[in-house]
Design a binder for this molecule. Structure first.
Ligand SMILES: Nc1ncnc2c1ncn2[C@@H]1O[C@H](COP(=O)(O)OP(=O)(O)OP(=O)(O)O)[C@@H](O)[C@H]1O
Length: 270
């Protein structure tokens, strides 16, 4: 049986005179890594911001794990089951790596403020469970040894992995990664790729915006391509790389000049 995690349809979003998204829709099945690509300014981040409740869309319908949801507030969307990372890393810089992950986990806990103030037995047990889970997740993403380091002291690649651990801590239906490889060197990218592969194998579902086309094509089961806010292709990486409209969209931008290797076809974009 096909198990759909995210189904969105007819998403449009306008900023003043600019149509940033026009009637965009996609369906992501459980266990898929789904890629969202497109030249600069195509609308990828706007799409992420709409489905995660940061921007209010002008139109669109949304369904998460078979239930309609309204992406009206970020915390509601997180509770509903979408966790995300950001293009510009957003960690609590002065908190430790462990504390950053614990913050993510608190979304799924119930002791509340009174429990915290009076340090009830239930609260203390819950905190212990949260700490254990947060440590496990830091190990899982490969930065367990930095649990007690302040987030700001971690390398760029490790901060990105910490963001992923924090997102996983919410036990999401869908984990949305906004350019996870941005600014990484090639060694860090290999490690990231292995991590995303492992997350998928552990039965998670991933939506990925990424500029590194090689990474997208190697990892994703399905890909949607946006250009000027419109969906110009959807399909397997193999088909999308050969789609005329996609090749044109990338050639038409600064990504590659005519006569130079096309990043979509050759998967060489950095
Ligand atoms: N808050 C906003 N207000 C006004 N215009 C916006 C806003 N956010 C995005 N835009 C515009 O919407 C269009 C789509 O931008 P968006 O950031 O979604 O593209 P993108 O595909 O993520 O680009 P990039 O790959 O460069 O990150 C761009 O023309 C951008 O300038």
């Amino acid at each position: 049986m096909v198990d759909t995690v995210l189904r969105v349809a007819g998403i449009s979003k306008r900023f003043g005179g600019l149509q940033a998204l026009s009637d965009v829709g996609l369906t992501i099945e459980r266990g898929q890594v789904y890629g969202l690509i497109g030249p600069n300014g195509a609308g990828k981040t706007t799409f992420f911001n709409v489905i995660t409740g940061l921007y209010t869309p002008d139109s669109g319908t949304f369904e998460l794990a078979g239930k309609p949801y309204q992406p009206t507030a970020v915390h509601e969307v997180a509770k509903a089951g979408i966790a995300r990372t950001f293009q510009n890393i957003r960690l609590f810089a002065e908190m430790t790596a462990l504390e950053n992950v614990m913050v993510g986990r608190h979304i799924r806990t119930g002791s509340g403020l009174m429990g915290a103030i009076f340090r009830t037995k239930g609260f203390l047990e819950e905190e212990a469970a949260i700490t254990t889970r947060a440590r496990e997740l830091l190990e899982y993403v490969g930065i367990g040894k930095f649990a007690d380091y302040k987030a700001r002291t971690l390398s760029y690649g490790d901060q990105r992995r910490l963001e992923i651990a924090r997102a996983l801590a919410t036990d999401p239906q869908l984990i949305a990664l906004d350019e996870p490889a941005a600014g990484m060197n090639s060694t860090e990218k290999v490690v990231l790729r292995e991590l995303i592969d492992r997350i998928r194998k552990d039965d998670r579902t991933i939506l990925l915006i990424e500029h590194d086309v090689k990474l997208v094509m190697g990892l994703c089961d399905r890909v949607t391509v946006l250009d000027y806010g419109k969906q110009i292709a959807e399909g397997s990486p193999y088909d999308v790389q050969r789609n005329e409209k996609v090749i044109e969209a990338y050639l038409g931008q600064s990504h590659a000049k005519p006569g130079e290797p096309n990043p979509v076809v050759n998967g060489e974009e950095e």
